[in-house]
Design a binder for this molecule. Structure first.
Ligand code: NAD
Length: 371
């Protein structure tokens, strides 16, 4: 199969869908890999490294003129004219972007969105949401530590004692867990909140404290269980009680990292303007939900701003700030997904009996097929 790897063109997107490691594996399987010149540069992969892995270097048109195109982000409107009808595109195509999918379908693309893979054990090795959220959680803490003008660990020095930073993490999925682990390594004291009760044990096993907000009605319990491991919107009664508990912690916090998301919906507001006003000057909020509107209404997506004396970081693509590792994990996810669609005997197979393939298939034969 002829496989193309274009350079990403979304501003700030530094990742690449194929690394020299995965290019080598694909060429060893008998595929021809064409990488756009410079595609890996921001992820620390030179054209020479791709060539050493057996790939050919081409231009953007050459990378798109392939049977299978591997991308990080969906082809933009400017890129689509380079994509021939019938091309298969695998990437993070954003399953909730109805207009984007419509454009892909209209261009005749057979599109697979890896974010749509089920959260099952079999799909774990190709779970791009997890591999990238893990990086986002780590980088959020690194940025917070950089913006915060004090130490994270408790220090006893000849000049006196410095208190450990108090970190509050709101939303404990993959990103939140990594944020807890990273902040813990830096010596912070951590409290965390999530709607899902199963998270409590994970939070405590990482040495953080869980902010308990008991479920008082059957409706609250059922909502908290979520669907397929994901959160569902919680009833207002529970959210009100959560807000009271969270407000107390946020007022005492030095750093707040918010990661709360509900798939396909705007992010829930967890840190209100009043809560920000009550925070200590010099505190930092890193809002990982910024691309979905933010968990704090004061967050400005894509910007770092200071409001009421608090630094708010609205970075919208944290994995891209750790481009080399983010690419290397993403490229392995892609490679694992390809095992399901590239049979050893050659060609491209779309087996709709396979739950992962069926879930990821977004567009085919000019239609949006997203389930
Ligand atoms: P996510 O990014 O969709 O959401 C982040 C977190 O925000 C979630 O934990 C969610 O419960 C929480 N949240 C939503 N509303 C909230 C609110 N009002 N207050 C506080 N927290 C709120 O989550 P994710 O990281 O994609 O993980 C989703 C689920 O998938 C988790 O249960 C995770 O363990 C599971 N998972 C399973 C696998 C697997 O089995 N292969 C792999 C990865 C993740």
């Amino acid at each position: 199969m002829l496989i193309g790897v274009p350079a990403e063109t979304v501003p700030g997107e530094t990742r690449v869908a194929v690394t020299s490691e995965t290019a080598k594996k694909l060429t060893a399987q008998g595929h021809t890999v064409r990488v756009q010149s410079g595609a890996g540069v921001t992820a620390a992969i030179t054209d020479a490294a791709y060539q050493a892995a057996g790939a050919e270097i081409t231009d953007a048109a050459g990378a798109f003129a392939c049977e299978l195109v591997l991308k990080v982000r969906a082809p933009s409107e400017a890129e689509l004219p380079l994509v021939k009808p019938g091309t298969i595109v695998v990437g993070m195509l954003n399953p909730f972007d109805a207009e984007g999918l419509q454009r892909l379908a209209a261009a005749g693309v057979t599109g697979f969105a890896l974010e749509a893979a089920p959260r099952t054990t079999r799909a774990q090795s190709m779970d791009v949401l997890s591999s990238q959220a893990n990086i986002a959680g780590y980088k959020a803490v690194m940025i917070a530590a950089d913006k915060y003008q004090r130490f994270f660990p408790m220090l006893m020095t000849a000049a006196g004692t410095v208190k450990a930073a108090r970190v509050v993490i709101l939303g404990v999925g993959v990103a939140g867990l990594q944020a807890i682990a990273t902040a813990k390594r830096l010596g912070a004291v951590i409290e965390a909140s999530d709607v899902r009760p199963s998270v409590k044990e994970q939070v405590e096993s990482l040495g953080a404290k869980f902010i308990d907000v008991p479920y008082e009605t059957q409706e609250e319990k059922e909502a908290a269980e979520g669907v397929g491991g994901y959160a569902r919107p919680m009833p207002p009664s529970w959210l009100e009680r959560q807000k009271v508990e969270v407000a107390k912690r946020v007022a005492l916090a030095d750093v707040v990292i918010t990661t709360a998301l509900i798939p396909g919906r705007p992010a829930p507001v967890l840190v209100t303007e009043d809560m920000v006003k009550a925070m200590k000057p010099g505190s930092v909020i890193v809002d990982l939900a910024a691309p979905q509107g933010g968990n704090c209404p004061l967050t400005e997506p894509g910007r770092t701003v200071i409001k009421h004396g608090v630094t708010l970081v609205g970075e919208t693509n944290l994995p891209a700030l750790v481009a080399a590792d983010a690419s290397s994990l993403y490229a392995r996810n892609v490679l694992d997904f390809l095992k399901l669609v590239l049979p050893k005997e050659g060609g491209f197979k779309i087996d709709l009996e396979d739950d992962i393939v069926a879930a990821c298939l977004m567009t085919r034969d000019g239609q949006v097929t997203r389930k």
